[in-house]
Design a protein around this ligand. Structure first.
Ligand SMILES: [Fe+2]
Ligand SMILES: [Fe+2]
Length: 163
């Protein structure tokens, strides 16, 4: 970041980097569990569920990259120690079922994860509103949040029942 850009965020960059790093941890965790569930899902509808999980995992990976890029621009470093990923996360686990043929339980766990992510980004947006002058991070987070909402809807539609 250049001098002027640093000046604009200097009062709050450290705290913002922490918030973005926690979201970064959430995204990496989602990639891990979604890809795992996509491989393990069994049953007649498993290919549909797996392809939605693969699609979401790809988006979550992009989110992690976008957050990492912004963290670096702000003068920080994305979490470098993998053992910190779970303790730093807001949503540390996707609570998948033991029975991989229970596609509804897989979908409910993933919907919970998407809802957790929506809350995380809503909180960061509220926090940024108070700070009032970081349109660049705002744009990144707003874009990610929109995709989390699309994921929630996609998985709700596949589940096909009220949850
Ligand atoms: Fe995400
Ligand atoms: Fe998502």
């Amino acid at each position: 970041m250049g001098k002027k850009a640093r000046e604009l965020v200097k009062d709050f960059a450290d705290e913002l980097i922490k918030l973005l790093n926690k979201a970064y941890a959430d995204e990496l965790i989602a990639v891990f569990y979604y890809k795992h569930a996509a491989k393990m899902a069994k049953g007649l509808n498993a290919p549909n569920v797996a392809s939605a999980l693969e699609k979401a995992a790809k988006d979550e990976e992009e989110h992690a990259d976008e957050l990492a890029e912004r963290i670096i621009q702000l003068g920080g470093e994305p979490i470098r120690d993998f053992s910190k990923i779970v303790p730093e996360a807001n949503c540390p686990k996707v609570d998948l079922p033991d029975d991989w043929s229970n596609l509804k339980a897989i979908l409910r766990a993933v919907i919970d994860a998407e809802r957790c992510a929506i809350d995380v980004y809503q909180k960061i947006i509220d926090w940024l509103k108070n700070v009032g002058r970081d349109p660049v991070t705002w744009h990144v987070v707003r874009h990610i949040m929109q995709e989390e909402m699309e994921h929630e809807e996609m998985f709700e539609t596949i589940l096909g029942e009220d949850y």
